[in-house]
Design a protein around this ligand. Structure first.
Ligand SMILES: Cc1ncc(CN)c(N)n1
Length: 230
């Protein structure tokens, strides 16, 4: 069994819980409240900004042009393509995308981004990939399963979201990151393999947490004014 197959096996209950989370069920049946959609987009816009920065750090640790090209393409993907599913949720909520940008992070999004930044700044390339991988991998599986389960028609409120993450062209990035990690794991020492496993599992848990944060419209225990980040 490949290293990432073992990771996927261990994380199976979390992948399953994510697919059955009420926010993902809401994407399937077209029923989510405006405030839940707005909270998700506000938080995900900032989350993806951090993701771009982490890809930048990952590039600084790459040894081959192929690896650099992969992260470079992913930066463009986040900046220019991943705005489409956000726009879909904004349309469904009846708000403009511009209005939802620049907000501060809620506790779970803060936790998730700090975890990834920590892995990026202190870790090896293998450790960074372990922390990043649940992001494309869980969305790929959500998209593919929703395509099977819902097979949405164009009048489904989340048609664009589901068909975006469920499209075939989503597969290669997860597979490429997995191959780099499988190769890395062949020679990594035991202690590092343990960290890689822990980073991967924590990111899976925080993927679940992110859906939950959006569903519950999570705020800080002592919420101040909903101020913009800048
Ligand atoms: C929290 C989160 N995880 C994953 C994805 C898919 N790139 C996303 N947009 N946001």
């Amino acid at each position: 069994m490949l290293f990432t197959e073992k990771l996927r096996e261990e994380a199976a209950p979390i992948f399953e819980a994510i697919y059955n989370h009420p926010f993902v069920r809401g994407l399937a049946n077209g029923k989510l409240e405006k405030e839940q959609l707005v909270h998700y987009v506000k938080q995900d816009f900032e989350y993806l900004n951090t993701f771009v920065r982490i890809y930048g750090v990952a590039i600084s640790k790459c040894e081959t042009r192929e690896e650099m090209a992969l992260f470079n393409e992913q930066i463009s993907f986040v900046l220019h393509s991943e705005i489409h599913p956000h726009n879909n949720l904004c349309r469904a909520a009846g708000v403009s995308y511009d209005e939802l940008q620049g907000y501060s992070l809620a506790p779970t999004a803060h936790h998730y981004t700090r975890h990834m930044l920590d892995a990026a700044h202190t870790g090896t390339l293998g450790e960074i990939i372990a922390a990043l991988l649940p992001c494309p991998w869980t969305y790929l599986e959500i998209g593919q399963r929703l395509m099977q389960e819902v097979n949405p028609s164009e009048d489904h409120p989340f048609y664009d979201w589901i068909t975006f993450y469920g499209q075939e062209s989503m597969e290669p990035v997860t597979n490429q990151l997995r191959s780099i990690l499988d190769e890395w794991a062949r020679t990594a020492p035991e202690k590092e393999l343990k960290r890689i496993r822990d980073y991967f599992i924590l990111s899976c848990q925080l993927e679940y947490g992110f859906w939950d944060m959006a569903y519950r419209v999570e705020e800080w225990p002592v919420a101040l004014q909903k101020e913009k980040r800048i």
